[in-house]
Design a protein around this ligand. Structure first.
Ligand code: ADP
Ligand code: MG
Length: 556
């Protein structure tokens, strides 16, 4: 390979760079958070690698992140002594779009035709945010474990190309040097950088150091400027809401406050700490229907970051939860495979589910507005739990809210318990109807007989409802039934009437069957209708027509 060369960015990188630099102008300052977060990841990675290879830390075991500035050169530098990057890694990480998240970000941003700064952190296009404030970025990096002569210098103006060069680097790790644009002088002031670190990066688990200032210049004395503590190890009484919120932001790549959290320490023959947050809005991934991106729950073992372990620690239907699990009794060298089949983790997972459901229940009970926000954002995701988590089905069902013929318009705010509370003692069934839209559900002729008898019907029109109901046959000892399916429960009087009507209508029914042929299963006289002359009904085991359509669309 050549010692020095110039390469072009992958086409998509150029696009991302363009989008990022044009949409972040109102949140310029997050470049620092993103670079520090990468530095912190690099320290995490090295600490993890050094478990098996302690020699990687040789002579430089205190992992830290240094932020400095040079007013004469007009540069800001973020340096870490973490894992570093080889030439190949730099090319792959900074010259191409490696992560699927970034790719989806690109699609989403292009589709929206407008930049939303909120999205950027969530998709982790972090490094490129450097080009919002810099017109040139120099990266100097040396992979842990390789000789000083094999350092790499990467440099780019963020336009279309970057240069690569092999250089001598005395220290392990990565330095990112930002050559600031002409009008970005604010970032050359120590107090400005420092206050950004406090605002965005206070809870990074490694010390972030800054030189003290002497005669307006950085001196040789370094000072740690962040809290650098594992916040979750503190006790609840020591922590303020602000601290919880700022930790949340350092975790979740979310600019917004968390909606609620639950923080617990379990001691005993298995000790662990969980700190779990509910976001206040769905991350973009979730809104786009993304299911594979499972980030946001970090597994630590004795304060050492091990990996993002949302799949191992949370069921799919709680994938919106963010936070930290810190276990004391797992081997530090766990692998992803071990994670999937570890009994201790199984128990921690069950505990996480319980804590989260407790938290949501508490919101439903004590903080209806927050619960509403939660349900708007994640109600449909939660419904997946009805099928996915048999053990908690009843608890989850209790949290669901629906529109109803006795509710307020299309608002989804009737709980199954509300419905049961209004049921006459003689009723033993919870009735519902499913349709493509709320209007179609509310206007269905199937409801006529129920209206006439003043029986409440839940109106379900979310895409997932029909599928969910396949797993929800019963709640609190009451059957759930679709008004469009099978026979209606009739009293003796009505039964007799219907039989007589059927007999009288036999010639008509036969004629209709003949005309409709294969297109229908049967033509019957029904007690369903009071105003409309006819409607389509389903037999008990038939799929609702809009679900059938959905499956057809999905290629089944
Ligand atoms: P993300 O952090 O979400 O992966 P970024 O754009 O912030 O995306 O970073 C891209 C990649 O570049 C990182 O995944 C990492 O592999 C590499 N990288 C960036 N900064 C550093 C650093 N300081 N040390 C080592 N690797 C880094
Ligand atoms: Mg990053």
């Amino acid at each position: 390979t050549a010692i020095a060369e110039t390469r072009k960015f992958e086409a998509e990188v150029a696009q991302v760079l363009h989008l990022v630099t044009h949409s972040l102008y109102s949140h310029k300052e997050i470049f620092l958070r993103e670079l520090i977060s990468n530095a912190s990841d690099a320290c995490d990675k090295l600490r993890f690698e050094s478990i098996g290879k302690p020699e990687l830390l040789a002579g430089d075991a205190e992992l830290h992140i240094d932020v400095s500035w040079d007013a004469d050169q007009r540069t800001v530098t973020v340096r870490d002594n973490g894992v570093g990057m080889s030439r190949e890694e730099i090319v792959a990480n900074l010259g191409t779009i490696a992560s699927s998240g970034t790719r989806r970000f690109l699609e989403a941003m292009s589709a929206e035709q407008k930049g939303d700064a909120r999205l950027i952190g969530q998709f982790g296009v972090g490094f490129y945010s450097a080009f919002v404030v810099a017109d040139k970025v120099t990266v100097l990096s040396r992979r842990a474990g390789v000789p000083a002569g094999e350092g790499v210098k990467w440099e780019s103006d963020g336009k279309g190309e970057y240069s690569l060069e092999q250089v001598e680097l005395p220290e392990r790790g990565t330095a990112i040097v930002l050559h600031l644009k002409a009008d970005e002088d604010t970032f050359l002031k120590r107090w400005e950088l420092r206050s950004l670190i406090t605002r965005y990066s206070d809870h990074v688990a490694f010390p972030i150091r800054m030189p003290e200032e002497k005669d307006g210049k950085p001196s040789e004395t370094w000072e740690t400027v962040n809290a650098a503590s594992a916040l979750w190890t503190k006790s609840k009484s020591e922590l303020s809401d602000e601290e919880y919120q700022s930790f949340y932001k350092s975790l979740g790549h979310d600019f917004n406050d968390a909606l609620a959290w639950t923080h617990n320490r379990v001691e005993g023959n298995q000790s662990y700490i969980t700190l779990l947050y509910l976001p206040s809005q769905p991350p973009f991934e979730l809104m786009m229907g993304g299911r594979d991106e499972r980030k946001g729950l970090k597994l630590y073992i004795k304060r050492v970051f091990i990996m993002d372990a949302a799949e191992a620690l949370l069921p799919n239907y709680l994938r919106f939860v963010r936070g930290v699990v810190d276990a004391d009794d797992l081997p530090l060298n766990v692998s992803r495979e071990i994670l999937q089949h570890n009994r201790q983790l199984e128990r921690i997972k069950a505990a996480c589910v319980k804590r989260v459901l407790d938290l949501i229940e508490k919101l439903a009970k004590d903080e209806p507005e927050k619960f509403h926000t939660f349900y708007q954002a994640f109600g449909n995701t939660l419904k997946e739990g009805i099928a996915e988590d048999q053990a908690n089905r009843e608890r989850i069902a209790k949290l669901l809210r629906f529109a109803s013929t006795k509710g307020e318009g299309s608002a989804r705010n009737v709980a199954l318990d509300d419905y049961i509370g209004r049921m006459p003692v003689s009723q033993d069934t919870i009735w519902y109807i499913t349709a493509d839209s709320h209007a179609a559900a509310a206007g269905s002729p199937q409801l006529e007989a129920f209206k006439a008898k003043d029986i409440e019907v839940l109106l379900m029109s979310d895409r997932i409802d029909e599928w969910m109901l396949g797993s929800l046959n019963e709640y609190a000892g009451k059957k759930l039934r679709n008004v469009a399916k099978g026979e209606l429960p009739l009293d003796e009087e009505a039964k007799k009437q219907q039989e007589e009507a059927s007999k009288a209508a036999e010639p008509l029914l036969n004629k209709l069957k003949e005309l409709l042929g294969d297109r229908v299963g049967d033509v019957k006289v029904s007690a369903r209708l009071t105003d409309s002359p006819s409607c389509l009904a389903l037999s008990d085991y038939e799929m609702a027509p809009h679900l059938a359509r959905l499956l057809r669309e999905a290629g089944h």
